[in-house]
Design a protein around this ligand. Structure first.
Ligand code: LUZ
Ligand code: MOS
Length: 771
């Protein structure tokens, strides 16, 4: 089935926040953000701004009618700054004016006196000063302290990953429309309608039932709108509540880039010990997470880093500690993978360090340590593993020996271009790590003409979840998908939703749709069984017709619906789903937090231009564990997008803050994302079909986040290409591997052996796989 939005997308008819017709009298907001990263507000001068044309009101913290607080996990984030500012761009005032332009013009006329305080941008510095947002956490398996003695080889090092701008095509924004008796209707570009409802209720002082958050779709989220849509919605709602006028604010791109948090940069230490068979015996990692100025989702992101610190590998002795470090950057937030990719990069760096030091191919160590079913993760859950089968299938279907041979031959003859290869196995846990969030609801109405309306807590952000919800309803009701309409996501229709996140949205909401439709179908079967005077057990529905045994009857869908209506049988159902069997005890750091894991292996091939330091990704060849994909086209889209986004994070996307905490990469002229020229020339996806049961909807495993981590292979492939040119290059594990860094490594001049052409140097060929 095609994505149900494809027609309106292509015709430019899909409705996003900015396509909602505004009501006459709508006012426009714009935030005034702190010009400095840390300090005490001495004086805020609004007089000039207030006299600007069109300005209706400028709100500050003094105007907040409820609690001046929007922090979700930790109450450490005011809606509007009171006396302190903690990051550049932190909202201090909210201008409301007759037009968008007038609001922004007035923002420029606000001035503020701030006594500066020291600015911290480095998480290690924050940790040294005990600037921690939550207590550090440690995951343990076995005992690393004694395990080092069993190791033949021990290596240590550091590995850093930088942030990443979400760059959703639709920027953050909200539109608040006051309703009678103090109610507020909100249109918000949010992944979390309930999170917005909660933040608005808290900051306005209204009960949640007064606030209807309604979301048709987003132009992308990637985690950036899991929590950080709240701010803009709460500002618009506050203004609408006070002024009794509709208020809209859609951020400009540069406002969005400067004021919102990004993927968390991490700086990490690792120590890895192996035995003579290259089995990893012990692994220690310390993660310094750059959380930014407020908690936001950082504690949960940090937790997922620990969950994924061993990626697909079984390591019997693990000690992994993470620090959630407060810095003066915009609060960093959810981003596809949610800390998992950062954890995986470090174990891959550790393996690579061991491989390079021992002169073996990293793939040998990787293969030697993949987990098996029954192996225990450091957090206590036992693996149901597809690691080996994905890895082996990737080697077979893509003929890895042939690829290695071709690359070796190329590197032998080419001096100015070198190719590199890396394999990237992935194992990603599916479920919100916070167990209580793993619940969802669906509301299904069958109308008397046989058409069906479905509401869920799922937010469509381009990932195709609504298409999957239609598929579930149509399948369970045995009707054509054209009869099913997915309605907008509304807190009036579906309450207490978890954000659309954690790759779990189709599973959680799909199961709820399945349950609701199953209840309706059972009632409809009872109706027709009574009419036909047969047993309900003998009734089935297929392709819109009722079958009695295998005999097709003349009862078709609409007739059945009308009969139920006539008998006054309910044609509506609201269902609740909660993932069974998951639990986690954070005091012991043990449990069974994930419904299941998604596995896969990617082969990444790159070519480096050794004169310029530029590079191309030749191919990403994947074996991916779909379970049984319920929509191969939608899932392929998720994988292709995830791979490109992961490669962008690992290669060219470079978030730059200066020491004063100002974002220098604040526009698309200075922040490079993959374009049509830099995407892989080839992406091949081979499904690993597993028939075994899992907890996914229709056994179609979650696909949103796992493929992003295939992109990590691009970093290591580039590294190998550089080493093919300059075997003595010293390359820190410091992503992204931008062309500048590649160039520096290529011409690490002191280290280059000038005596011979590299092509003839055996050690130059890092692809040699003979240990
Ligand atoms: N959001 C969240 C997530 O709140 N909890 C999670 O575990 C998670 N995982 C991935 C992406 N978003
Ligand atoms: Mo996400 S990082 O699943 O919002």
């Amino acid at each position: 089935m095609k994505n149900i939005d494809s027609r309106t997308h292509v015709r430019g008819e899909s409705i996003y926040l900015d396509d909602i017709p505004v009501i006459r009298g709508t006012l426009f907001g714009a935030a005034f953000g702190s010009p400095v990263a840390h300090g005490v507000i001495r004086h805020l001068d609004l007089t000039v701004a207030e006299a600007m044309p069109g300005v209706v009101r400028i709100l500050t913290y003094k105007d907040v009618t409820g609690e001046n607080q929007i922090g979700g996990i930790v109450p450490d984030e005011p809606l509007l700054a009171e006396h302190h500012v903690h990051y550049c761009g932190m909202p201090i005032a909210f201008v409301v004016a007759a037009t968008d332009d007038e609001a922004r013009a007035a923002v420029k006329k606000i001035s503020v006196d701030i006594d500066p305080l020291p600015v911290i941008t480095d998480p290690r510095e924050a940790q040294a000063l005990d600037e921690l947002i939550i207590r550090p956490r440690t995951f343990r398996l076995g005992d690393t302290a004694t395990a080092w003695e069993q190791c033949a080889y021990i290596f240590d090092g550091t590995a850093d990953t930088n942030g990443q701008e979400h760059l959703y095509i639709e920027t953050q924004g909200a539109y608040a429309v006051p309703q009678e008796n103090n109610g507020i209707k909100l249109y918000s570009s949010t992944q979390g309608p309930t999170a917005v409802q909660r933040a608005v209720a808290r900051s306005s002082g209204l009960p949640m039932h007064q606030i209807d958050v309604d979301v048709t779709r987003l132009g992308g989220g990637f985690g950036g709108k899991e929590d950080q849509a709240n701010m803009w919605a709460a500002l618009c709602a506050l203004a609408a509540h006070i002024l009794r006028k509709p208020v809209k604010y859609a951020l400009h791109r540069m406002e969005d880039m400067a004021m919102t948090g990004k993927r968390h940069p991490y700086s990490s230490d690792f120590k890895i010990g192996l035995d003579n068979d290259l089995k990893i015996v012990a692994y220690e990692a310390t993660f310094y997470q750059n959380a930014g100025a407020a908690a936001d989702l950082s504690p949960a992101v940090m937790e997922r880093t620990l969950f994924h610190c061993t990626n697909s590998y079984f390591i019997p002795n693990v000690t992994a500690t993470a620090y959630c470090c407060r810095t003066n950057l915009p609060p960093n937030t959810a981003f596809r993978g949610f800390g998992g990719p950062q954890g995986m990069f470090v174990i891959e760096a550790a393996i690579t360090k061991a491989a390079e030091s021992l002169g073996v191919d990293a793939a040998i160590i990787q293969a030697q340590n993949l987990n098996k079913t029954g192996d225990e993760f450091p957090y206590g859950q036992k693996a149901v593993s597809e690691s080996h089968i994905c890895w082996n299938k990737a080697q077979d279907v893509y003929e890895i020996d042939v690829i290695r041979g071709q690359i070796a031959a190329f590197n032998d003859t080419s001096t100015l271009y070198k190719k590199g290869l890396a394999l990237m196995p992935v194992c990603f846990g599916i479920s919100f790590t916070n167990t209580r969030m793993n619940q969802a609801r669906a509301l299904v109405h069958v109308y008397t003409d046989g058409s069906v309306g479905v509401s869920t807590g799922a937010v469509e952000m381009g990932q195709g979840v609504n298409t999957k919800m239609v598929q579930v309803a149509a399948h369970v009701l045995s009707i054509q998908s054209e009869r099913v309409k997915l309605h907008s996501t509304s807190t009036y229709r579906i309450a207490n939703t978890s954000p659309s996140a954690a790759s779990a949205t189709a599973d959680l909401n799909g199961k709820a749709v399945e349950m609701a439709c199953t209840s309706i179908i059972q009632r409809l079967k009872a109706v027709v069984a009574e009419e036909l005077q047969v047993s309900v057990d003998e009734i089935t529905l297929k392709d819109e017709f009722v079958y009695w045994g295998d005999k097709k009857t003349d009862w078709y869908w609409q007739r059945l619906v009308m009969a139920a209506y006539t008998k006054r049988v309910s044609l509506s159902e609201h269902a609740h789903y909660a993932t069974p069997d998951i639990h986690y005890d954070a005091t012991k750091e043990k449990g069974h937090p994930f419904a299941y894991h998604v596995y896969g292996t990617a082969i990444v091939e790159v070519t480096v231009d050794c004169l310029r330091g530029t590079y191309e990704v030749d191919a990403v060849k994947v074996v991916h564990d779909f379970g049984v994909s319920m929509n191969p086209l939608v899932d392929r889209g998720q994988i292709e997008g995830g791979i490109v986004q992961g490669i962008g994070w690992m290669t060219m996307e470079e978030v730059v803050f200066d020491k004063a905490g100002r974002l220098r990469s604040n526009a698309l002229s200075t922040y490079k994302v993959p374009d049509i020229y830099s995407v892989p020339k080839q992406i091949i996806i081979e499904p690993l079909k597993t028939e075994q049961d899992n907890q996914a909807i229709f056994r179609s495993k979650a696909v949103g986040e796992p493929p992003l981590m295939y992109g990590i292979g691009a970093y290591f492939a580039l590294r190998n290409a550089v080493l093919a040119f300059n075997p003595a290059a010293t390359i820190p594990f410091d992503a992204p591997m931008t062309p500048e860094k590649v160039l520096l490594a290529l011409y690490n001049v002191n280290a280059i052996r000038r005596t011979m052409p590299f092509a003839n140097d055996q050690t130059a060929n890092s692809l040699e796989i003979n240990p």
